[in-house]
Design a protein around this ligand. Structure first.
Ligand code: ZN
Ligand code: ZN
Ligand code: FE
Length: 766
């Protein structure tokens, strides 16, 4: 006699809006099990009945082969009384509010799946060449969602009434478009249009006409998933130069969209991990190494001046696939904005804001509800190192190692802002908001915080922010806290960096945190940025740091790395002739600023040290964006990481270890006078800095007993330095944590702030 049982299985994680219920239906039908599946606020609840051994197969399969976009956090299964009955039902009535404790999940946008791509290219299919083909496992999600739970009524697709054919697919549990909320076809769904720069319609087939004009050098504004891109022919130097000039963008690299992986490989060297990341459903921009200069570069050099990498991506929507086909060449695909403004995403703003940049506008009538830029990532030692977490990742939650005692908001930093909402163990990071220097960016930040709170139904009961009093994100936190009577948690910048690295690794033990970045408010009147912090989420102690030097002119030094070179030379007692020769008038003024300590705060910033070295090596006296000089330095470095690093000294200063940079500066200065090549100076600098970091970590390991090192801060986007430090520490038996899910730069701060506030709330007796 068979042992028949009925089990209730609750699956939590990203399981709604990803084709989970149809896949359960398929599996149950295949195993001839009866029961039902429904969406609830707790997750997907499955009831399934049949022979015990077959049920075991069902559960194993469920976990082993979820649909591609699903990710299961938790699967709880209990025996319930058997009911008999035949068949397996998909219960469509959505969330029962009485079930309480909602953890709303909004799925990230996902690139067109293989099955939809095949239909797109099949002349017999009714969606042949339809730019909005999607299914239950692919297409827009975050960017079209207007509320929760996820269904068509709460997306911007609500405006389109399904035709009978689409309706049939949508209602058939066996169809791969069962409850595909973005389902559409040429007869009932959105359509594309081509406009001129003043918004007037252009004649002809929009795609072939856009492709033709792009191939003739035009600049196009193109509506993507989360906003408008600006595009031009990446192989046409005049078009690229015109785009730079019209967009007021000096030298910051442009991302390039290629039609296929093979097209990227003609220009770049791809490993298996790069290929997998490029093809992943998130379809981020991936920084990949250019092929050596011996291959004639079909991509214009002005795409990424002075860089050894290109930001490459594959089409993420059917519209992009069709456009790439029509243009027949790689296209620059950069955010649709002017200089530092947020990306344009509202149709009504396109002509006003992009009309002076673009010649044509390829648009459509599916509204974007949530703005979202492209994500950017790179591969280091086979694993992802996120640079910007955005489309395709937001708002996938990061599971916190310890839950938030109350719902939390963390407002993030000032540059590369993201914010985060915490609810029990979930941390929902926003998409990349951008630099909050600009009025429009601050407005977008305020708008999006409220949007996420509504979408995820999280009402913060405490707010975390950066210690810096003048950040817009800090002001916003204070304003909200005062208005709503909730407590505030000020989190030191580098503490948040380390806490974010620990949070993404689920790490709760104390660590040696190395936070290297451009700058952060230290709280002691100096600008920090080369810090070694001992502790964990709740608290850290500053145990070591780079030697602090003057930062003449404050922020101006960020844009003029030669100022940092001068400051370091004077600090090390070296001659400043090389800098004087290049800046005869200004250098004496700047030297006087340093000497008299006028508008020249002390900084221990590692980013500024990179700037100084790049300037001394003659690579960059000015920077059009932060980190440019350091990236140039890294790009030029050739050869293996062998011995011969520049010397550093470790000194004890007020009970802390100081990495004395003066011996290094003297050695660099000597090499520059001898005419040593910049690439070699760069190599010796990276090696020396890695030696110094490893030595400090070993010292702190001995004194604290901690055996884990966490690397965070924007400097750890530098592949060479990261790999060099990891190699040295692993060789000494220390465990190293580095970022793989959120960026090491300020884009990851909000997660760290959230983790710190959660830890402090738990530590406070209520
Ligand atoms: Zn699909
Ligand atoms: Zn239809
Ligand atoms: Fe930072």
């Amino acid at each position: 006699m068979t042992d028949v049982r009925r089990r209730e299985i609750t699956v939590r994680g990203i399981v709604q809006g990803v084709g989970f219920r149809p896949s359960i239906h398929h599996l149950a039908a295949r195993l001839e099990l009866s029961g039902s599946v429904r969406n609830t606020a707790r997750g997907v609840v499955i009831e399934v009945e049949g022979p015990a051994d077959v049920l075991a197969v069902f559960e194993a399969e469920l976990i082993a082969h979820p649909p591609p976009l699903a990710s299961i956090d938790e699967c709880v299964s209990t025996d319930i009384p058997i009911q008999g009955g035949a068949g397996f039902q998909v219960v469509v009535s959505d969330t029962d509010p009485a079930e309480g404790g909602p953890t709303i999940r909004i799925t990230p946008d996902a690139a067109t799946c293989a099955a939809c791509l095949a239909e797109l290219r099949d002349p017999a299919n009714r969606r042949y060449r339809y730019p909005f083909i999607t299914c239950a496992t692919c297409g827009p999600r975050l960017t079209v969602v207007t509320g929760a739970p996820y269904d068509r009524e709460r997306t911007t697709m609500k405006a389109f009434t399904m035709c009978a054919a689409c309706r049939r697919e949508y209602e058939d549990p066996a169809d791969r478009r069962f409850h595909a909320e973005t389902i559409a076809c040429p007869s009932c769904g959105p359509a594309i249009r081509l406009l001129d720069a003043r918004g007037a319609p252009l004649a002809g087939d929009p795609l072939s006409e856009a492709g033709r004009r792009l191939s003739e050098g035009a600049i196009a504004a193109i509506k993507g998933l989360g906003g408008y891109h600006l595009a031009c022919d990446a192989t046409n130097p005049e078009a690229v130069a015109r785009l730079r000039q019209r967009k007021h963008r000096d030298e910051k690299p442009f991302a390039v969209m290629f039609g296929t992986l093979a097209a990227i490989e003609q220009v770049c060297l791809l490993g298996e991990a790069e290929k997998a990341l490029l093809r992943s459903p998130a379809r981020p921009v991936v920084l990949v190494d250019r092929r050596p200069a011996s291959v004639p570069p079909p991509i214009d050099d002005a795409i990424a001046p002075g860089m050894a990498t290109i930001g490459a991506m594959l089409p993420s929507t059917p519209l992009h696939d069709l456009l790439m086909e029509a243009a027949g060449r790689p296209l620059v695909m950069t955010s649709g904005n002017s200089s530092h403004e947020p990306m344009v995403w509202r149709d009504e703003e396109v002509v006003e804001r992009l009309g002076t940049i673009a010649d044509i506008v390829l648009t459509h009538d599916r509204a974007i509800h949530v703005r979202c830029d492209d994500g950017v990532s790179r591969i280091v030692e086979g694993l992802a190192l996120p640079i910007r977490r955005a489309r395709g990742e937001a708002p996938r939650p990061i599971r916190l190692p310890r839950p938030c005692p109350v719902p939390l908001l963390a407002t993030g930093g000032h540059l590369k802002n993201t914010f985060a909402l915490g609810s029990s163990e979930d941390a929902f990071l926003s998409h990349h908001i951008g630099d909050l220097d600009d009025y429009a960016a601050v407005q977008a930040f305020r708008h999006d915080v409220r949007l996420y709170e509504a979408m995820l139904q999280i009402e913060p009961r405490a707010i975390a922010h950066d210690l810096h009093p003048d950040y817009e994100s800090t002001r916003y936190a204070a304003e909200r806290a005062a208005g709503e009577g909730v407590p505030l948690f000020a989190v030191q910048h580098h503490h948040a960096h380390i806490a974010s690295c620990l949070a993404e690794h689920g790490w709760t033990e104390p660590v040696i945190g190395v936070a290297f970045d451009g700058s952060g408010f230290g709280g002691d009147g100096t600008v920090w940025g080369g810090e070694f912090l001992l502790g964990g989420a709740e608290q850290v102690v500053r145990a070591a740091h780079l030697r602090a030097v003057r930062m003449p002119g404050g922020e101006q030094a960020v844009h003029e790395p030669w100022r940092m070179a001068l400051a370091h030379l004077l600090d090390a007692g070296c001659g400043i002739e090389a800098i004087q020769a290049r800046h005869p008038r200004e250098s004496s003024i700047v030297a006087r600023l340093i000497e008299r300590r006028i508008n020249s705060p002390l900084t221990s910033s590692a980013g500024r040290l990179f700037d100084a070295i790049a300037s001394l090596a003659g690579l960059a006296d000015t920077a059009s964006f932060e980190g440019q000089a350091a990236m140039r330095l890294e790009a030029l470095v050739e050869g293996a990481d062998t011995a011969g690093g520049y010397p550093f000294e470790l000194r004890d200063v007020e009970g802390r270890i100081e990495i004395d940079t003066r011996p290094l500066i003297r050695a660099v200065s000597r090499d520059v006078r001898r005419g040593v090549a910049p690439g070699r100076i760069g190599r010796r600098f990276h090696a020396g800095l890695a030696d110094a970091v490893a030595a400090v970590c070993m010292g702190l390991h001995k004194s604290s007993g901690y055996d884990t090192v966490a690397l965070s801060g924007g400097v750890f986007l530098n592949r060479r330095l990261t790999v060099a430090i990891m190699g040295r520490l692993a060789g000494s038996g220390l465990r190293v944590l580095r970022h793989q899910r959120v960026p090491p730069n300020d884009g990851g701060l909000s997660l760290g702030q959230l983790a710190v506030a959660a830890a402090r709330l738990r530590a406070t007796p209520s």
